[in-house]
Design a protein around this ligand. Structure first.
Ligand code: B16
Ligand code: MG
Length: 217
């Protein structure tokens, strides 16, 4: 029985996927690493060092651990600067209404973000009041596609994963939701999110009543 919905943050509720992309793109240019669409898609939902490793697959040279730490810090400094300009208007259209509709339907809500910047984003976007429980990268050791973050969300809500539904914009996130034993709603394009149980073009199309009917009592 569906009792809760766990939302991803970047790319589902907030239009920050483009800001991550812009910060990585700038770094990619500085180190002469090509960053095409397919590579950028694979970096979505993956934690900071994991994303860097994907970018460096096509770099013209190898980097040591200290250098990698510096590259990740450089990217994050720019991203952190970009999110300081955000306010509640930077929620994706329909995002607040989608989460509120879940609450009005009598279900619980949680947030599961792989980002270490999630606490700051939640503050800038004014969405702390929307969730019964929040898990971010600082609470977990294994990044999406590992199930840890979605399992932690279910545990934090006091629910079995099978009674929760996850909502994600990244393939790594859908894999994490499924590995946790939850059904997955994909937000985005079919070519990137083929594994999702339900696919929606954007969060504005999220309708808890339709999803409840589909997943049955
Ligand atoms: P940070 P999500 C993820 O957030 C992003 O999708 C991913 O692109 C990013 O690399 C990751 O957070 C880590 O972010 O560098 O800020 O710790 O989609 O799980 O909300
Ligand atoms: Mg995301």
């Amino acid at each position: 029985e569906l009792k809760a919905v766990v939302f991803d943050l970047d790319g589902v509720l907030a239009d920050t996927a483009v800001l991550h992309r812009a910060a990585w793109q700038q770094l990619a240019a500085e180190i002469d690493a090509p960053l095409d669409e397919a590579t950028a898609e694979r970096m979505k939902g993956v934690d900071r060092m994991g994303s860097l490793e994907i970018l460096l697959e096509h770099a013209p040279r190898r980097y040591g651990d200290a250098e990698k730490a510096e590259l990740a810090a450089r990217k994050n400094a720019r991203y952190a600067e970009l999110i300081e300009h955000l306010d509640p208007n930077n929620l994706l259209p329909g995002a607040r209404a989608a989460v509120e509709s879940v609450r009005h339907a009598g279900l619980k809500t949680a947030l599961a973000s792989a980002s270490r910047n999630a606490p700051r984003l939640i503050e800038r976007l004014g969405i702390a009041d929307l969730f019964d429980y929040v898990v971010d990268a600082s609470h977990i050791t294994h990044s999406k596609p590992d199930p840890e973050i979605y399992l932690a969300a279910a545990a934090g809500l006091g629910l079995a994963p099978a009674d929760c539904l996850g909502v994600e914009d990244a393939a790594a996130g859908i894999a994490s939701i499924h590995a946790a034993g939850m059904a997955a709603v994909g937000i985005g394009r079919a070519d990137a999110l083929a594994e999702a149980d339900v696919l929606l073009p954007n969060i504005a199309a999220f309708d808890i009543d339709r999803i409840r009917t589909k997943s049955g009592p």
